[in-house]
Design a protein. Structure first.
Length: 58
């Protein structure tokens, strides 16, 4: 999981989603909203992933 949450992997995944013009997820967040959300929330998201938390939400 630590490799999954590395910054380089996050950036590569975001780039692929943007190139594919991915649709909104279950939370309704658009690809256009995602970069700013990740800037604000990445530390929390990373900690939850590493900790095995299943918390969701914006």
């Amino acid at each position: 999981m630590e490799e999954v949450v590395e910054a380089a992997n996050l950036k590569a995944a975001l780039k692929r989603v943007q190139q594919n013009k991915g649709g909104p997820g279950i939370d309704g967040m658009t690809v256009g909203e995602l970069p700013e959300h990740l800037k604000r929330e990445w530390i929390r998201i990373r900690e939850e992933l590493l900790g095995g938390s299943t918390s969701r939400g914006r």
